[in-house]
Design a protein around this ligand. Structure first.
Ligand code: FE2
Length: 361
């Protein structure tokens, strides 16, 4: 039997309604998790009766006679896309001097400020907390204000300072071009924190570039290069005597809708391409074009990290860099960094937003 459904209900097939029944025999009231598999719903499921009363709609199904009660408001909310903080793509030259900046003491003591800063990370891809304690391991505490530290073979945290025999060029005084970290991991860490403890060197300026904007420019100006970088898997690797890390992914990874999911750009760990002759030549052309865009000075947001500054950024979207610095004059530069993940930050944003709407929670 078919039934014509009017209004809100008409947007939902019977199987969707049956799958999302909120009743106690279908869901655990404590966890809100489903007891059954969608595949267990009979193929011939259909709605046989609808009763509407104020804000509620009661639906009866055939063949099992199950009744589900939905709130009209809830059904309407399901018709719009999930709300996420929209990304705002930027060029460094267009960013306000104070963009992403926040004071640590206020961030810690005021939930509304913490929500604003974390939404800023979702929107712009970064934030700089000023005035954090300049003690070692503070970076871990900062990460734990919004998520979880992602431990790696480098440990819970890593020190960025000049080393006599660096295992990574990051631990030298050399300039580092725009890159993402750890492309040789699968999954790569989605967030990075860099906390400045000491900076008395000249040079060593930090830079950030919006990789999504850069990829959009490449797609607009050189669609053929964009196709190469988004469709050619590249192997990234890093090893030392105790670790062999390797991941094979395109530099520009797209989602199922063709939007950029993440960027892996790091020439230091890129392995030899194993492609046909012509494809190798095409790849280098594409890479050169993209690198030209990400190193365009107008795209970069540059700043000096002072002691007590903590830079937090999205490692799937932003590229980071630093200029060379001089240590021969007796200056020192010491940063501590750690990795975290975007899902922890998104969860904290949701919880803080809920509490802001309903302070009793
Ligand atoms: Fe890095």
């Amino acid at each position: 039997m078919t039934l014509s459904l009017d209004g809100t209900l008409a947007a939902f097939p019977a199987i969707w309604l049956r799958d999302n029944c909120p009743c106690e025999s279908c869901r655990d009231s404590a966890s809100d998790q489903k007891f059954f598999q969608p595949a267990e719903i009979p193929h011939e499921i259909a709605v046989v009766e609808v009763q509407a009363a104020s804000d509620e709609i009661v639906v009866t199904f055939t063949p099992d006679g199950h009744r589900s009660t939905f709130s009209q408001k809830w059904l309407e909310a399901q018709r719009s896309a999930a709300t996420m903080t929209p990304r705002e793509l930027w060029r460094g030259v267009d960013l306000d001097e104070t963009a992403g900046r926040a004071e640590w003491s206020r961030y810690l003591s005021d939930d509304a400020e913490r929500l604003r800063v974390l939404r800023g990370v979702q929107r712009l891809g970064f934030a700089v907390l000023k005035g954090t304690p300049t003690t070692e391991r503070t970076v871990l505490g900062i990460a734990r204000t919004f998520g979880y530290v992602r431990e790696t073979n480098y440990g819970e945290l890593f020190d960025v300072r000049v080393e006599a025999e660096p295992t990574n060029l990051a631990f030298s005084a050399l300039a580092i071009s725009p890159h993402t970290d750890n492309p040789y991991r699968d999954p790569a860490p989605t967030m990075q924190l860099l906390h400045c403890l000491v900076n008395s060197v000249s040079g060593g300026e930090s830079g950030l570039v919006d990789g999504i904007l850069a990829a959009n420019i490449l797609r607009d100006e050189h669609p053929e290069h964009f196709i190469v970088l988004s469709h050619t898997p590249v192997t990234f690797a890093w090893s030392d005597p105790n670790n062999v890390l390797r991941a094979t992914r395109p530099v520009l990874e797209l989602d199922e809708r063709g939007h950029l999911r993440s960027i892996r750009l790091n020439s230091r760990s890129m392995q030899p391409l194993r492609l046909d002759y012509d494809d190798i030549v095409a790849y280098y052309d594409a890479y050169r074009a993209f690198f030209g865009i990400v190193t365009d000075p107008s795209l970069a947001r540059t700043f000096r990290l002072d002691p007590g500054d903590c830079l937090i950024f999205d490692n799937t979207r932003l590229l980071h860099s630093r200029t060379a610095f001089e240590v021969s004059g007796g200056g020192h530069r010491h940063l501590q960094g750690c990795y975290a993940d975007l899902d922890g930050l998104a969860s904290t944003v949701e919880v803080l937003a809920r509490r802001e709407q309903n302070p009793l929670l």
